[in-house]
Design a protein around this ligand. Structure first.
Ligand code: UD1
Length: 341
């Protein structure tokens, strides 16, 4: 069995599907702070099996101990974390306590149970504004722009020290670029509670009339069309990378610690305006948008050099930007039909 913390979240739920497809049984653990149990139902509907779900907060050591007593895990995929950049500016202590503290509790309990295969959700935010593009894993960290970004840097460091101290830990640090889209069945997808911060959920809600026009944050950057550039990848591609990373952990020598960061992206950048055009092309829907001010803390342009993941994990993205956008829209249409968002 594989422990999936944050298993009811956006990336955790899609990864549960990919794990199951690959023959692993995921155990989904979530405190439902920023997610809904309906995501677990969605996973179960896709895989056709009663995937275990445990409503546990990873910061609750006693509850985590009890969980480890109930299941025998071969590895842990650790997604559970707060992830809103703006909120982290207002509540830095909460971000430190949950993201860094939560990892600490998890590692203490996991190592007490000799669980040493760890896949960690990191972010390209650790690079800040990179000097060379595309960005490779060897690029230096910049001072984090936000408390959220700092927690990702700090967690990577905690894992590095933990691996060194354990002597037999296998840790994959997965640095995500911008995951978008949804499972093509539309049983699971991104479920932002409240006003979305991220581009795609805001865009699909604007197209649905739930929000007014999308504001494009800045049209005067030094990029070909003046808008920011990101590396958008399909969430199912990202999910499959986690399975490859878990397998990589399991393949490492038993008596040696290994920790390795991997960039997960397509290797191609798209601007905000290109995403809007791609969405219109892929769905036939018109996107209402206006050009607005720059958003504080935004990096101008970043996309991945994903060659390490290709060479060492045997993973690369297979779904196009248009497919990702069409899947994001199919999911939003389902939410609209249900009247739940
Ligand atoms: C942000 C964080 C990243 C974090 C991720 C998870 C920064 C610099 N990065 O990614 O560390 O892992 O969220 O939530 O904060 N945009 C608009 N209008 C909108 C929303 C977004 O124009 O209403 C633009 C942004 O300026 C950006 C792009 O769309 O250029 C993507 O934004 P978003 O989806 O928020 O992701 P990031 O900012 O890349």
């Amino acid at each position: 069995m594989v422990l999936v913390t944050g298993g009811a979240g956006y990336i955790g739920s899609h990864t549960a599907v990919a794990l199951h497809e690959a023959g692993f049984m995921p155990v989904l653990v979530d405190n439902l702070h920023n997610s809904k149990a309906s995501a677990v139902d969605g996973v179960r509907a896709i895989v056709g099996e009663d995937i275990p779900f445990e409503a546990v907060d990873i910061c609750d050591k006693a509850a985590l101990e009890a969980l480890f007593g109930r299941h025998d895990f071969v590895g842990v995929l650790h997604f559970a974390a707060h992830k809103a950049v703006g909120e982290s500016m207002a509540k830095p202590a909460m971000y430190a306590a949950n993201n860094v503290g939560g990892l600490g509790v998890l590692l203490e309990v996991a190592s007490a149970h000799d669980l040493d295969n760890i896949v960690f959700s990191s972010s390209c935010t650790v690079y800040g504004e990179p000097e060379d593009m595309p960005v490779a894993e060897s690029a230096p960290f910049q001072r984090a722009e936000s408390p959220y970004g700092w927690t990702k840097q700090a967690c990577e460091r905690v894992l590095e020290d933990h691996a060194a101290a354990r002597g037999a830990a296998h840790v994959a640090l997965l640095r995500y670029f911008n995951p978008i889209g949804a499972h093509p069945s539309a049983n699971i997808g991104e479920l932002p509670l409240g006003v979305p911060n991220n581009l795609i959920p805001f865009l699909t809600q604007a197209v649905s009339g739930i929000r007014k026009a999308l504001t494009v944050f800045g049209g005067d950057y030094a990029t070909p069309d003046g808008t920011c550039i990101r590396d958008y990848l399909h969430v199912m591609d990202l999910a499959e990378a986690h399975v490859a990373a878990l397998q990589w952990c399991l393949d490492q020598p038993d008596d040696q610690s290994v920790i390795r960061p991997f960039n997960l992206g397509t290797g191609k950048g798209a601007s905000v305006l290109e995403v809007i055009q791609g969405f219109e092309r892929a769905t036939g829907q018109k996107v209402p948008y206006t050009m607005g001010e720059r958003r504080e803390g935004d990096v101008v342009a970043i996309w991945a050099d994903p060659s390490r993941a290709a060479n060492e994990l045997g993973w690369r993205t297979t779904r196009s930007l248009d497919t990702s956008l069409a899947d994001a829209w199919r999911w939003q249409e389902k939410l609209n039909q249900e009247g739940s968002n």
